[in-house]
Design a protein around this ligand. Sequence first.
Ligand SMILES: [Zn+2]
Length: 63
Amino acid sequence: MKGGNTKNMDKAFVKVKCPDCGNEQIIFLRASTVVKCQVCGATIATPTGGKADIRGEIVEVYS
Ligand SMILES: [Zn+2]
């Protein structure tokens, strides 16, 4: 089914723009490990036990 603009983001992936170099990469919103930028190595998400703490700008959400 398509078109449901659900607010349930538990299983969402997000595209995050690295705050340091601008690289965009897709990460799991509930990442359980620190996620680093593949280009410059900056930390772009840290796990919190729930939704990861995203440091960069979220440019797109996939649910
Ligand atoms: Zn970067």
